[in-house]
Design a protein around this ligand. Structure first.
Ligand code: HAM
Length: 428
């Protein structure tokens, strides 16, 4: 057993896995560009109040899972690691006066988030999200556009069977009355409620609909649904979101018990699941409209919608399908030498080629030429550049390890010849 290990619930992304994440980040960045979201960064930690107020005190994310940073002195600020990006993005939006920009302000953040949850497969204490937020557009068209962008991400990542579950959870006009109805309904069955859900009855009754306790399944199924009690404005909004989704050819499943784990949502709420995995806790991503959050964090009332897609779970799902998550590149060429001790020449030629943008490795171990060439073949390099006596008049041997051919090349032409060959190296 090693003395030190990565903290429970965190993972080292070893190069092979990191390459898989990089590929997903690349797709996220490409989609952000195509849909007009501009990438930005926010700190990995914020004043804890940003999350407490923004996400809600009575949510699991804040109540149980917030990674708080112990203050260093009595009067120092109370900070917490970000459990998600939306609250921080909105804090930045307000702080930097982005309300003066023409709406919607579309922002994208890719990076690690932290939740002190019980670790299990697909649930980590440090995980990666792509978060996209369209701030300043009341919808409903943008709601459909965001959902479509999420689905396109999964399709381009290699998961074509991802499905959207869709709901509307009403707004400040119609939800309070619904919450009362819901409370009355569950209170009538209080004896049947598991302890956790009984407590939630007062703090966050909507969350009861998301209870995974088997004792709750039947109760939830016959509970009153928000979707049947939307006010006129919310109902019209939801109908129009659906019209836009239909027009885009996006199929979705209405899920009247879908509620989200964060308090800032209003109206449109949705989650992404792999087909057949809808009943499970492990959403691949989720999001919704949060029309009250900007105001809650000190800005002018501003409607907004967004999503966060969990990259870890996509990598896991891809591994399950047996897809090759990434291809690791082999070097185009390895620089070897007839004189094992002459590492100076090998390093200098490598440096020259790297300055031309080529990906090469210099053999720095003082081994016999034969052994150097063996290693180069093993690591699937396309070429070996062999340095010998010819270097004295500016030449090296270029050996094509795949074809088994070899010829003399002036050092001055080497980068150009290799660059030409590189085009076929990756695709050939
Ligand atoms: P969320 O549903 O809390 O939403 O998280 C979004 C996604 O992040 C989840 O569907 C899941 O894939 C991934 N995720 C969450 N927790 C973990 C974990 N412990 N381990 C691995 N993956 C995890 C939000 O975070 C909102 N900010 C989404 C949003 C953006 N709403 C509006 N804009």
């Amino acid at each position: 057993m090693p003395t030190y290990r990565a903290p429970r619930g965190t993972r080292d992304l070893l190069p092979e896995t990191r390459a898989g994440f990089s590929r997903l980040e690349g797709i996220a960045r490409s989609l952000a560009l195509r849909y007009g979201y501009r990438e930005m960064e926010i700190p990995l930690f914020e004043q804890a109040a940003v999350f407490e107020r923004g996400i809600g005190e009575a949510t699991d994310v804040v109540e149980k899972e917030l990674f708080r940073i112990a203050p260093r002195t009595e009067d120092s600020e109370s900070w917490a690691l970000r459990p998600e990006a939306t609250a921080g993005i909105v804090r930045a939006y307000v702080q930097h006066g982005m309300q003066a920009l023409p709406p919607p302000v579309k922002l994208s953040v890719v990076g690690p988030m932290f939740r002190y949850d019980r670790p299990q497969a697909g649930r980590y204490r440090q995980f990666w999200q792509w978060s996209a937020e369209a701030i300043g557009d009341p919808g409903p068209a943008v709601d459909a556009e965001v959902v479509e962008m999420g689905l396109r991400f999964y399709k381009e990542a290699g998961l074509p069977d991802v499905q959207v579950l869709l709901n509307s959870i009403g707004d400040a006009a119609c939800r309070p009355a619904y919450l009362e109805t819901l409370k009355t309904y569950f209170s009538g069955h209080e004896a049947q409620l598991p302890a956790l859900d009984r407590r939630r009855l007062d703090t966050n009754p909507l969350r009861l609909l998301d209870s995974k306790d088997p004792a709750m399944t039947a109760l939830i199924a016959s509970a009153p649904k928000m979707i049947d009690r939307l006010c006129e404005a919310c109902a019209a909004h939801f109908t129009s979101v659906r019209v836009h989704l239909d027009a885009l050819g996006v199929s979705y499943r209405l899920e009247p018990t879908l509620v989200r784990g964060l308090d800032y949502y209003a109206r449109t709420a949705y989650e992404f699941y792999r087909q057949g995995a809808e009943g499970q806790q492990q959403a691949l991503g989720g999001g919704g409209r949060y029309d009250g959050l900007v105001e809650l964090l000190g800005g002018r009332p501003t409607p907004a919608i967004g999503f966060a897609l969990g990259l870890d779970r996509v990598v896991l799902a891809l591994a399950e399908t047996g897809a090759t998550v990434s291809h690791e590149a082999s070097p185009l060429a390895v620089i070897v030498g007839a004189d094992p001790a002459d590492t100076v020449s090998r390093l200098r030629v490598a440096s020259l080629l790297r300055s031309e943008g080529l990906s090469v490795r210099a053999e720095l171990a003082p081994r016999k030429l034969g052994r150097q060439l063996e290693t180069a073949s093993k690591e699937q390099a396309h070429f070996a550049v062999i340095i010998g006596d010819e270097l004295a008049d500016g030449h090296v041997q270029l050996k094509d390890l795949k074809a088994g051919t070899q010829h003399l090349v002036p050092l001055a032409d080497l980068a150009r010849d290799l660059a030409r060959a590189e085009k076929t190296h990756h695709h050939g």
